[in-house]
Design a protein around this ligand. Sequence first.
Ligand SMILES: C[S@@+](CC[C@H](N)C(=O)[O-])C[C@H]1O[C@@H](n2cnc3c(N)ncnc32)[C@H](O)[C@@H]1O
Length: 313
Amino acid sequence: METSCYTERMRSDLIDKRLKEINAIIPFSKILDRNANNMNNIANYYRLNRLAYRLINSREGFVHMGISRDGVFKDTDFLEHANLISRFMNNVNTLDVLELAAGKAATTKYLAKKYPTISFTGLDLPNGQLNISSSKNTNLRLVEGDYHDLTQFDNNSFDVVYIIEALCHAINKKQVIKETNRILKPGGVFVIFDGYASKERGSMSAIETLVSDLTYSSMMVTKDDHSYAELRSNLISSGFNIIEEENLSKYVLPTMERFEKKAIKYFQKPLYAKVLNTILPIEVTGNAVAAYLMPLSIKAGLHQYWVTVSKKE
Ligand SMILES: C[S@@+](CC[C@H](N)C(=O)[O-])C[C@H]1O[C@@H](n2cnc3c(N)ncnc32)[C@H](O)[C@@H]1O
């Protein structure tokens, strides 16, 4: 039912109009031919977007969506992730917490301040957006690394591991999940916030595939399968038990609609787009593609945003 309704909506005039406008300003090939299967390219994308994300999304350095349960965007909505993660740290036995792909580490900095007796570690790629000397708290350590290889951490060493809007970049998601399982203590909790496709790429129509590929590639995410079903099966086969999950798609729409307003201006005022294209690299202007398409693909049910909490058996 959801699928056929979605397919009808993806054939809508608005999607067609937006795709034409995008192609006129940024030819599809400029986005689709990117190689997002390369960690240097991903780090470079985030380095080039450091300032843009701060100006357009969050001055505090959150590089994720706000979760606006009342349907209206507020800056405090960026803290909803931390608030949910806190629920799994509110016990005296929590000693060590790790954020994978911490970005500018805004969430981990916030939590480290709030929980001074817990040790926090934040990891992200070298030469990207993480500044490892930016930690002001003695209970916070920022380190560089690739989340596919967590050998710098011992087996059974963390109580809680979390990752926000970043597992989608993995070249091998199952490997990241298996590594996380290894470093978590038995009974430890893994919290994942991320965006997904509601179906496998192989079963999408041509227009769904185009919208999905443009959206992911413009944010330097691979065009691979990003189905939520695949995540669940990877977690279960790696020894996790899913204890909580929620589809948060409608609550991230207010953040997306902030970006959409900017994208409307960019794609509907070609002269303005031309000026921006001459002063900004494609890694920055290309974000307008996701900003233009994603509110529609979320509303149509093609893309989703979930929080998934699992426990190491
Ligand atoms: C959308 S940002 C999210 C940042 C942060 N989690 C936040 O919520 O503000 C995605 C992050 O994933 C990181 N990332 C992507 N691939 C990675 C990898 N293989 N290892 C570690 N971090 C990675 C990027 O460098 C980027 O900082």
